[in-house]
Design a protein. Structure first.
Length: 253
């Protein structure tokens, strides 16, 4: 039987979602916890990969398991079994990983391939704030957010985002359909970049934000932003911004 898991985590202490040799990962922690509780190896497949230091308010993953999670539990109902597994996982996992829900799905449901849209948020703040350290990127000089919003609207005109992708990845295409891209003001010194697409390339959001910052600082104009996308050259785009401000916010199926 296949199950989906809704997870959130603070990515500060992890080398991303995906299991890596000799590195702490969210996927690895979850698989180890499931194996301990269910007394057998459990492979977990995530809806995507978050990079080192990136957070997730909602990551969805799936795993397969036959039979009851806890045969000794008085109730054999699936809902009760799932609730008990979520409870025990939360006790076993580190404080920076939380399980919100476990629920059965169709045998062919896939956390990654069935996802229709993903939303990321990137947070910045323009006033020193100790409570935002590790949660948002501090900008000592306030950029022109209106100009960056005008540039963000240009993204809707394109589907090939090679300029914002890590090179030498295993993806077959760099085409993505962006449905939302905008800067939203949260307070007098806090802003958030919101972006939704059917899929994302590796490092794509952080590269887009870094390139929008070139616009916000007056280093390039909107035509220059277009030229960077048209070039399909990662070296032409801006630097990737720090991971601390990036959150996987939502996944739609």
């Amino acid at each position: 039987m296949r199950y989906f898991i809704d997870i959130s985590y603070d990515g500060t202490a992890y080398h991303g979602w995906q299991v890596q040799p000799n590195a702490n990962s969210v996927q690895g922690c979850l698989q180890d916890a499931l194996a301990t509780l269910l007394r057998q190896p459990v492979a977990v497949t995530g809806a995507g990969r978050t990079d080192t230091g990136v957070h997730a308010r909602l990551m969805v993953a799936h795993f397969d398991f036959e039979g009851l999670f806890f045969p000794s539990l008085e109730s054999a109902e699936t809902e009760a079994q799932c609730a008990q597994l979520a409870y025990k996982l939360n006790k076993l996992l580190p404080r920076d990983i939380a399980i919100h829900r476990i629920y059965p799905v169709a045998p062919d449901a896939h956390a990654r391939f069935d996802a229709r849209a993903r939303t990321y948020y990137y947070y910045v703040h323009t006033r020193k704030d100790p409570f935002l350290v590790g949660r948002s990127w501090f900008l000592p000089n306030t950029p022109d957010f209106e100009a960056m919003n005008r540039a963000a609207a240009v993204l809707f005109d394109y589907i090939d985002f090679t300029s914002f992708s890590k090179v030498q990845t295993d993806t077959k295409t760099n085409n993505c359909r962006i449905m939302l891209a905008r800067w939203v003001q949260l307070s007098d010194y806090e802003w958030r970049f919101e972006i939704t697409a059917d899929r994302f390339l590796r490092n794509m959001v952080r590269a887009i934000v870094g390139t929008l910052m070139l616009v916000g600082r007056g280093d390039i104009d909107i035509d220059g932003f277009r030229q960077i996308i048209d070039s399909r050259d990662r070296c032409a785009a801006g630097e990737s911004v720090p991971a601390c401000g990036l959150y996987l916010q939502n996944i739609k199926y």
